[in-house]
Design a protein around this ligand. Structure first.
Ligand SMILES: Cc1cc2nc3c(=O)[nH]c(=O)nc-3n(C[C@H](O)[C@H](O)[C@H](O)COP(=O)(O)O)c2cc1C
Length: 191
C-alpha cells in the first residue's frame, strides 16, 4: 500500500495526459492511491504532498527546461526547504516536448536535482530503450530511450487526445506502477 502524489504543470493539455497515465499506473498497484495536483492548485494542497510516500513531478519542456509555472512551484518549496519534510520520500519525474529530443533531458535533470535538494530518493525508469528499424514502435515502452524518467513527445499540431502516442502514455504508467511498488516496499521495511 502506498500514497503517491503527482504534481504537474501542463499549458496545453499534453503533459496532463502523461500525468493521468502515471496516476493510472500507480493505481494499478494493489492498494496504492494517487492524487493528481496541478501546480496551479498546489497552494491549498501542500499537506497532501507532505503526507505522501512518494511524489512524482511532471512538466512540459519549454525552452529546454521545465516550464516557468513548474519552476514557480519548485521555488515555492523554498518556504519549507530548511524543515526538509520530504526527506526519504521517493521521487520520480516525467516530461513532454514537441520535438523528438527537444532538450528535455534537462527538465528531468532539473527535477532530480530538485528532489535531491529535498533529500528525496530518485527513482528512474527501469526500461531498456525501445528498438525499431522502421520508426514504428508498435506499443513498445520507452520509445524515446530515457533512463532518468518518463519522456513523451507530442506533435505540436496534434491535440492531447492524439498526442503523446500510446507508447509514451504506457511508459508513464509503467513509471507510476514502479514508484507505487517501491514505496510500498519502503513502507513495509520501515514498519
Ligand atoms: C513557450 C514554449 C516553449 C517550448 N519549448 C520547447 C522546447 O524547448 N523543446 C521542444 O521540443 N518543444 C518545446 N515546446 C513545445 C512543447 O513542449 C509541446 O508543445 C508540449 O506538448 C506542450 O505540453 P503541454 O500541452 O502540456 O503544455 C515549447 C512550447 C512552448 C509553449
Amino acid at each position: 500500500m502506498s500514497n503517491v502524489v503527482v504534481v504537474y504543470h501542463s499549458g496545453y493539455g499534453h503533459t496532463r495526459v502523461m500525468a493521468e497515465a502515471v496516476a493510472r499506473g500507480v493505481e494499478q498497484h494493489p492498494g496504492s492511491t494517487c492524487r493528481l495536483i496541478s501546480v496551479e492548485d498546489v497552494d491549498a494542497q501542500w499537506a497532501h504532498l507532505h503526507a505522501a510516500d512518494a511524489i512524482i513531478f511532471g512538466a512540459p519542456t519549454y525552452m529546454g527546461s521545465a516550464s516557468a509555472s513548474f519552476k514557480n512551484f519548485m521555488e515555492a518549496t523554498a518556504a519549507f526547504y530548511l524543515a526538509q519534510p520530504w526527506r526519504d520520500k521517493l521521487a520520480a519525474g516525467f516530461t513532454n516536448s514537441g520535438s523528438l529530443c527537444g532538450d528535455k533531458l534537462n527538465t528531468l535533470l532539473q527535477m532530480a536535482v530538485f528532489a535531491a535538494q529535498h533529500s528525496m530518493i530518485w527513482v528512474g525508469l527501469d526500461l531498456l530503450p525501445a528498438r525499431s528499424s522502421s520508426g514504428v514502435f508498435d506499443g513498445q515502452l520507452n520509445r524515446l530511450g530515457s533512463s532518468l524518467g518518463a519522456m513523451a513527445q507530442s506533435n505540436v499540431e496534434q491535440a492531447p487526445g492524439d498526442a503523446p502516442p500510446p507508447e509514451d502514455r504506457c511508459t508513464a504508467a509503467h513509471l507510476g506502477e514502479r514508484v507505487a511498488r517501491l514505496a510500498e516496499r519502503m513502507n513495509s521495511s520501515s514498519a
